[in-house]
Design a protein around this ligand. Structure first.
Ligand SMILES: Cc1cc2nc3c(=O)[nH]c(=O)nc-3n(C[C@H](O)[C@H](O)[C@H](O)COP(=O)(O)O)c2cc1C
Length: 236
């Protein structure tokens, strides 16, 4: 944490909720929910090592036999975490079934630091409902943002005014795909970026008129220029 602290970010978040076997089998991610003492040691030493806020994300528990989100949150608070984010599923559930928001409410009741609720927010109304039902201080969106970065402005406006802004126009979607492709290229190189854009393209264009043919044609695209040409030809 100390090595990366000067980077362009506001806080250091430790992911103690990751369910991936490679991570869990190594005792990391959500496996740390089974070893609360070790999790505590990691957090306290991180908090001591850096000035930026250290935060932690975890799940409802590891499995049905280990449902310890409340205890874990209290440990995080006493270790100096600035806030916690809770995903209302166990590791065993992975991403299946529905997220249990009741556990988010219990965590919120148990600690004084801010609690971010996470799990199954796909529309602005879901965010409002989660905040209302759990009392959480903020929400975290994951899958609901795939191909839909507009969900953030929709949530914000809905919470502030009770109204949801109009869905993005085709032109706005097109510009966002290009911007996404450009930024991803800067980050990962054009080649990898264009391959990764295949999935994003499918998410961005879900339900649109030309989405099936676009999904097919994106597979041939290898450059940003090609991506722009494809969008020019199909969507406007
Ligand atoms: C493909 C995928 C990758 C994820 N990667 C991360 C990650 O790197 N770090 C993290 O904290 N959570 C990660 N998550 C978990 C999400 O942040 C979130 O907790 C989970 O998807 C539940 O929220 P949702 O219902 O809004 O998707 C990932 C989820 C998915 C589906």
């Amino acid at each position: 944490a100390a090595q990366i602290e000067d980077g362009p970010f506001a806080a250091i978040d430790v992911n103690m909720g990751c369910p991936v076997p490679k991570i869990v089998n190594n005792g990391e991610g959500s496996a740390l929910m089974k070893d609360i003492k070790l999790a505590e040691k990691i957090l306290t030493s991180m908090v001591k090592a850096v000035k930026k806020p250290v935060t932690v994300k975890f799940r409802k528990g590891f499995n049905d036999q280990c449902l310890n989100a409340v205890e874990f949150a209290k440990m995080a608070e006493s270790s100096g975490a600035a806030w916690v984010a809770v995903h209302g599923r166990t590791r065993e559930q992975y991403y299946s079934g529905t997220a249990d928001w009741e556990v988010i409410r219990q965590v919120k009741e148990a600690v004084k630091i801010p609690v971010i609720g996470n799990g199954d927010i796909f529309h602005a109304q879901d965010a409002a409902r989660m905040m209302q039902e759990t009392g959480c201080d903020g929400v975290m969106v994951a899958r609901g943002a795939k191909g839909n970065p507009w969900i953030f402005r929709e949530i914000r406006q809905y919470l502030e005014t009770g109204e949801i802004p109009p869905r993005p126009s085709t032109e706005e979607i097109r510009e966002m795909i290009l911007r996404h492709g450009r930024m991803l290229s800067e980050y990962k190189g054009e080649n990898v970026a264009m391959r990764e854009m295949r999935s994003h393209m499918a998410w961005y264009t879900k339900g649109m008129k030309h989405s099936a043919s676009l999904r097919c044609e994106i597979n041939q695209v290898e450059t940003l220029e090609g991506l722009a040409a494809l969008l020019d030809g199909c969507m406007v």
